[in-house]
Design a protein around this ligand. Structure first.
Ligand SMILES: *[C@@H]1O[C@H](CO)[C@@H](O)[C@H](O)[C@H]1NC(C)=O
Ligand SMILES: *[C@@H]1O[C@H](CO)[C@@H](O)[C@H](O)[C@H]1NC(C)=O
Ligand SMILES: *[C@@H]1O[C@H](CO)[C@@H](O)[C@H](O)[C@H]1NC(C)=O
Ligand SMILES: *[C@@H]1O[C@H](CO)[C@@H](O)[C@H](O)[C@H]1NC(C)=O
Ligand SMILES: *[C@@H]1O[C@H](CO)[C@@H](O)[C@H](O)[C@H]1NC(C)=O
Ligand SMILES: *[C@@H]1O[C@H](CO)[C@@H](O)[C@H](O)[C@H]1NC(C)=O
Length: 284
């Protein structure tokens, strides 16, 4: 409104002044109009991806960066498009489908579960292996829409899930306390002994004659690692992946960015940003 009044005033003045003055002020008017238009379009651009939340099943708060497949084109970010199948919200990850259990906008995580896992059926297993090595943030530099942790600096200690490793052995390894027998629920072949191990499996933990059959993530933080029933429930709870890299791009631009789990906010470190820019300059 106010900007229009200025323009109006300018216009009024132009009419009253000499031709010479008029040319000069016309230039000023054009500049003012351009500034105004730029301001309007910048505001529009910022709001463009923010639409009212969409809903599918019990996930009722689907909003930026997510979009639901039938949302208007301008909503959310297409890299974070979710499906809605039979009232279940579906997330696409490495060309596999996962069921969305919860979206946490305050810590930039989404909890998903493999669609084959059934809570009350301990024989059900994930369709595909998934571990931190499937996420680009742990091996290559910042690619892909989802990260396996909340630290955009590829910190291996900041994983948002831990692993369950399924093994098949040609002999009994009952003496190793980490190996939990799963034969009652999961069997890989009639002769073998089937086990699951909760938490990370170091190379020295792999017994001779045992082979890894499947690796699956869980973000259920406290479960009894000596009970297969508990391990299965933890798997059925699902695992969290994050969009912290996108959040960081939007929030800190070129600065180093990390999620502060105490304040539950992103911290930007401008010093690193400056160093980064210098580095780029020097290397050119
Ligand atoms: C979808 O899920 C919501 C929430 O659980 C429920 O209210 C609704 O009745 C369901 N719709 C169908 C078609 O099953
Ligand atoms: C949905 O998420 C947005 C973004 O974080 C938040 O502002 C809003 O309060 C949430 N709404 C509900 C109903 O949880
Ligand atoms: C339990 O899961 C197994 C493996 O996916 C499947 O073969 C079996 O039919 C399921 N049982 C029930 C009762 O759904
Ligand atoms: C994860 O990587 C493993 C090993 O490369 C592969 O077998 C598996 O299919 C991948 N999982 C997904 C969901 O892409
Ligand atoms: C993110 O927030 C959810 C809901 O408050 C919580 O359950 C989860 O543990 C948090 N995840 C991380 C990695 O902080
Ligand atoms: C199990 O496999 C290992 C390695 O292949 C072999 O050395 C061992 O003799 C086998 N044990 C049994 C009981 O078959």
């Amino acid at each position: 409104m106010w900007s229009f009044r200025i323009i109006y005033w300018l216009h009024f003045n132009i009419m009253r002044n000499s031709l010479d003055m008029m040319r000069r002020e016309r230039t000023l008017l054009v500049v003012l109009l351009l500034i105004l238009l730029h301001h309007v379009s910048a505001t529009k651009d910022h709001q463009q991806h923010r639409c009212p939340p969409s809903s599918c099943g019990y996930i009722t708060n689907i909003t930026y960066p997510f979009r639901l497949q039938d949302d208007p084109d301008n909503c959310g970010d297409e890299r974070y498009e979710l499906g809605c199948k039979n009232n279940v919200t579906v997330l696409y990850l490495h060309s596999a489908q996962y069921h969305v259990q919860a979206i946490n906008y305050n810590n930039y995580t989404v909890r998903v579960v493999d669609p084959a896992l059934q809570l009350h059926n301990c024989s059900s297993l994930p369709l595909r292996s998934l571990s931190r090595s499937n996420f680009s943030d742990t091996y290559t530099y910042r690619m892909g829409p989802y990260q396996a942790g909340l630290d955009s600096d590829q910190n291996w200690g900041s994983l948002s899930f831990e692993h369950i490793v399924f093994l098949n052995c040609n002999h009994s390894v009952r003496e190793n306390g980490k190996y939990v027998e799963s034969n009652e629920c999961v069997k890989w072949d009639s002769k073998g002994y089937a086990y699951a191990v909760g938490g990370d499996l170091k190379a020295e933990d792999i017994e001779v004659g045992c082979y890894v059959k499947l690796v699956a993530p869980t973000s259920f933080s406290t479960f009894n690692k000596h009970s297969y029933a508990a391990i299965h429930s933890a798997l059925a709870y699902g695992f969290e992946i994050s969009w912290v890299n996108l959040a960081c791009q939007n929030h800190c631009h070129k600065d180093l960015c990390s999620f502060n789990s105490f304040s539950q906010k992103l911290d930007c470190d401008p010093l690193y940003g400056a160093l980064y820019i210098n580095f780029v300059h020097f290397s050119c």
